[in-house]
Structure formats: structure tokens, C-alpha cells
Design a protein around this ligand. Structure first.
Ligand code: FMN
Length: 189
């Protein structure tokens, strides 16, 4: 049974769900989305306080561009009958307003590993844990503000983020993406 003090947290945790039927208008401003992401990045825990987690907020046209890439990747790699089944799913993500792409800065992790050689081999795994914590906070905070989100992993194809290399540098690897839009009552899959 949650104590009174943790009740607000558990209410928030229970509010977060995967929402797939979304449309392109948000219940909050773009500025507020960025504030939420920045605050979560700043206050999230990380191994040795390395703070290597990064998030890129793609809104509007940038978001559409990303999911056009997602569609092109699926089309290029899948048999047509399977692509036809999955294409509406990608189109549903595109219908949203924004995507938050998560990364770990591998250069920061390498340097931290050099300072702590005994655990250098663990830094990648631990930083992924930190990134997961960050994703959860962002997803939950957006849900509390009425934004419909789901988590997607199109990073199985390294070209997915193509065209945004300047956001990544060369030492970063794309993690999952949280797609945000306003909740819609209908589902599309
Ligand atoms: C590490 C991780 C990876 C996930 N990857 C995907 C994904 O690629 N696509 C997707 O639609 N949902 C993904 N999910 C969301 C889960 O399927 C979802 O959270 C779970 O089914 C529970 O549903 P809920 O989010 O509505 O509570 C992922 C969740 C986690 C924690």
C-alpha cells in the first residue's frame, strides 16, 4: 500500500500508458514539451553522475521527416505483404506532433570508463539503465499533461535517424523514440 507521500507518484505511474491513436495537435505548447525533456535530463540519475543521456525533440515537419524515413526503411527491407500490414502503424506515428529521440553520449561514457577502469566494461549497460529511467520520466510527465505517447524502436536500422547526424555527433547511438501527439479515441491498428 503506497504511503500518502508516494501516492502522487503512483498516480502518475498509473496514468502513463502506450497510446497509439494520436493526432497532430498537442494539449501543451512546444515550449512545455522542451521544458519537460530538459528537466528530466537534468535531474535523472546516471552512473558516476556521468550525465551522458541526450534527448532530441523533433516537432512538426521534423517529426514528419523522421517517420517518412521510418516508412522508407520498412518498405526497403520487408516483403510487400508484411510492409502493407505495418505501414498504417508508421503512418499513425507520423500523424502525431512530435518525437523525442533518446541517446547516450558514447564519448562521455568512454572517458568515464577510463577514469574507472575496473567497471569500464559496464558503462554502456549502466548508461542504458539511466536512459531508461529518463525515458520513463519523460513519458510519464507528458502523459500527466494529457499528451498521448508510445515508445517505438525503429533504431534497429542505423539509418533511421539519417539527416539528423548533427544532433548525434559520431559517438552517439540512437535509443528508442517516444512519439507524442494528442490522444484520439479511435485506434488504427
Ligand atoms: C524497453 C521497452 C521497449 C519497448 N518497445 C516498444 C516498441 O518498440 N513498440 C511499441 O509499440 N511499444 C514498445 N514498448 C511499450 C510496451 O509494449 C508497453 O509499455 C507495454 O505493453 C505495457 O503497456 P502500457 O505502456 O500501455 O502500460 C516498449 C516498452 C519498453 C519498456
Amino acid at each position: 500500500m503506497a504511503s500518502e507521500k508516494s501516492e502522487a507518484l503512483f498516480t502518475a505511474v498509473e496514468t502513463r500508458r502506450s497510446i497509439y491513436g494520436i493526432s497532430g495537435e498537442l494539449s501543451i505548447s512546444d515550449k512545455r514539451v522542451r521544458e519537460i525533456v530538459e528537466r528530466a535530463v537534468k535531474h535523472g540519475p546516471s552512473p558516476f553522475n556521468v550525465q551522458a543521456s541526450r534527448a532530441v525533440v523533433l516537432l512538426g515537419a521534423e517529426h514528419h521527416k523522421l517517420w517518412d524515413m521510418g516508412d522508407a526503411i520498412l518498405k526497403g527491407m520487408l516483403p510487400p505483404e508484411i510492409y502493407e500490414r505495418l505501414a498504417p502503424r508508421t503512418a499513425g506515428f507520423r500523424r502525431g506532433h512530435g518525437t523525442i529521440a533518446f541517446f547516450e553520449d558514447k564519448q562521455e561514457l568512454k572517458e568515464m570508463g577510463e577514469k574507472n577502469p575496473a567497471v569500464a566494461g559496464m558503462m554502456d549497460q549502466w548508461s542504458e539503465h539511466a536512459n531508461g529511467m529518463l525515458q520513463f520520466v519523460v513519458w510519464t510527465a507528458l502523459s500527466l499533461e494529457g499528451v498521448g505517447c508510445s515508445m517505438q524502436h525503429y533504431n534497429f536500422d542505423p539509418t533511421f535517424y539519417g539527416g539528423h547526424e548533427e544532433d548525434m555527433g559520431t559517438s552517439r547511438e540512437l535509443g528508442p523514440e517516444i512519439t507524442a501527439g494528442v490522444w484520439r479515441t479511435e485506434t488504427w491498428f
